[in-house]
Design a protein around this ligand. Structure first.
Ligand SMILES: [Zn+2]
Ligand SMILES: [Zn+2]
Length: 329
């Protein structure tokens, strides 16, 4: 019998998805050709500015972990920064136009000294070290004059915006809260005022008990969201309310490193090392109705067509319940 496709609304935002139930896609159709063939894997590329031995090719180092010669992580300013701190942020309005100088700081964290290593191959201790570095840089950046928000993002693979193959993440500051996060905050506040509950804690707790629940540890749940923006999307949600990384103690960061490592490994192993993005959604200020979470969006042969571009309505070809089943393998 034919199953009927479904319109699904995002947990909080007024955004719709169409879940296709009849495309009968086989799991194999979603496997990507391995981005880097195993045999071509090199640990040092002499032309890569992020490689061991080429440290002089990057802007001055802000921090490193590991030893002086063999570092694990390195942080520095982005050579091709999207924002600058030259002038203070002020907007001008002229009739229908509003604009101002792109004020902000833009940093890079190189995640491994090995040119070809992917995050799914890091140990959970190494992943914890990365999230601890995020916390420290976020804490430092949010104190800077004119900074309202620190956005932490990871682009992996050309299709997801990575300009260099060597694995790295980015921190970029804004003089305002990015609109998507602000909209989540407004809706989460409305939910909190109506029910007395934190929407994100509800999502984690309730969804983890459905077919969309992936796995959990002491401090976090991993789920496939009800109305995803990408097929095989995964969210990491804490079991206790945190506004941002700055509020997390060492033990929570260890659990975060562990669940992120597991999620990325499942995506890597079951989907064939696809390109992906992940990003942290946080409130820089204490905000009891909001909650820190990570959204991971693998790009498995998904292209936004007219429906997506015209209406922001996303066609999803693998229901999140089926996606969860495949990712748990
Ligand atoms: Zn490299
Ligand atoms: Zn979010």
């Amino acid at each position: 019998m034919e199953e009927v496709n479904e319109f699904r609304k995002d947990y909080l935002l007024d955004e719709w998805t169409i879940i296709s139930k009849n495309r009968s896609v086989r799991p194999f159709d979603h496997k990507k050709e391995e981005t880097t063939k195993k045999e071509n894997k090199i640990s040092v590329d002499p032309d890569c500015p992020f490689c061991l031995g080429n440290e002089k090719q990057t802007p001055p180092e802000i921090f490193r972990t590991g030893s002086k010669i063999k570092w694990n992580l390195r942080g520095f300013n982005n050579k091709f920064s999207a924002v600058q701190t030259k002038k203070e942020f002020k907007t001008k309005k002229e009739n229908i136009l509003e604009y101002g100088n792109a004020f902000g700081l833009h940093e890079v964290i190189v995640e491994t000294n090995n040119h070809s290593k992917v995050l799914a191959e890091l140990t959970k201790e190494e992943m914890t070290e990365l999230f601890t570095a995020y916390k420290e840089r976020e804490n430092a950046l949010k104190k800077k004059q004119g900074v309202k928000h620190v956005l932490i993002i990871k682009n992996f693979g050309k299709e997801c915006g990575a300009s260099l193959n060597h694995n790295h993440s980015q921190l970029i500051t804004f003089p305002f809260t990015p609109s998507k996060i602000e909209r989540e905050m407004i809706k989460a506040k409305e939910f909190f005022e109506k029910t007395g509950k934190n929407a994100f804690l509800e999502i984690g707790e309730k969804e983890s008990k459905t077919k969309r629940g992936l796995f959990e540890n002491k401090s976090f749940y991993a789920i496939t969201p009800f109305a995803p923006k990408w097929t095989f999307e995964v969210w990491i949600i804490p079991k206790k309310q945190y506004s941002n990384l700055g509020e997390m103690e060492a033990e929570t960061l260890r659990d975060l490193g562990e669940i992120m490592q597991k999620a990325l490994k499942k995506i890597h192993d079951n989907l064939g090392n696809p390109p992906y993005n992940y990003y942290l959604h946080e409130s820089m200020e204490k905000n009891k109705s909001y909650c820190f979470h990570v959204e991971i969006q693998p790009n498995v042969k998904k292209i936004y067509g007219g429906i997506e571009k015209a209406a922001d309505i996303i066609l999803i070809e693998v229901a999140p319940e089926q996606a969860a089943g495949e990712l748990k393998k």
